[in-house]
Design a protein around this ligand. Sequence first.
Ligand code: DHB
Ligand code: FE
Length: 284
Amino acid sequence: MARITASVYTSHVPAIGAALDLGKTHEPYWQPLFQGYEYSKQWMKDNKPDVIFLVFNDHATAFSLDMIPTFAIGTADSYMPADEGWGPRPVPRVIGHADLASHIAQSVIQDDFDLTIVNKMDVDHGLTVPLSLMCGQPQEWPCPVIPFAVNVVQYPVPSGKRCLNLGKAIRKAIESYDQDLNVQIWGTGGMSHQLQGPRAGLINKEFDNAFLDRMIADPEGQAAVPHIDYVREAGSEGIELVMWLIARGAMADLNGGAKPTLKHRFYHVPASNTAVGHAILENN
Ligand code: DHB
Ligand code: FE
């Protein structure tokens, strides 16, 4: 059977992708940020998954405001890096896992979560920057990736509670797949940031660190926090953090099993307009 071995949480700031692609990682501004991912890149090599289930948000790149799925699962064989206005990032094509993705869609939809099936999609910084942070700059990504897009751009967006419960359904789906696969689930986006309006540039270190504490130790409690608290405290784009609860909901302790081990935790400000948060939890 397939099993979820670990969950990874990380911000997805586009300027991080640009810093990597343009060879700026050792500049004084960026060095402390990339330092925080050195452990993670080694951990990825030591704990290479067979598949990554990557929860992210599209930023009106693949889905325009013409059509906005709340939850969309990628069932394609591959996905190209998107052109977000300055050409696609020079990173490898993302290889999918159509068979596992289709199995997850079947199981999760039968569990009453209405997923949109996506057979063609370019993937923006929301997906490629987390891969770069965790895997560096390889010729190929280390394993197939199932992209799972969540609408956190256009209201109404899904609640924390729904995201946590969806994670539980995704776990059930993965654990009922009849091949021995080690699957990691990643929750991406956040942390506090606001990109527009009078509060542009907002960062809230206290909120971010409290979110990290609670996401790890009391995810059910964190899932009860309403959107308005994220928006007020963490800025309009801080709502991206609800996606982390999907990955957290898929961990063993929320499904009758043991508490996970915290392997790594990192927080850094600034990266562009954004606070960067990162954690790795391993199932025991
Ligand atoms: C920035 C952060 C984001 O999450 C994003 O999607 C776009 C830009 C930023 O900090 O610049
Ligand atoms: Fe974003």
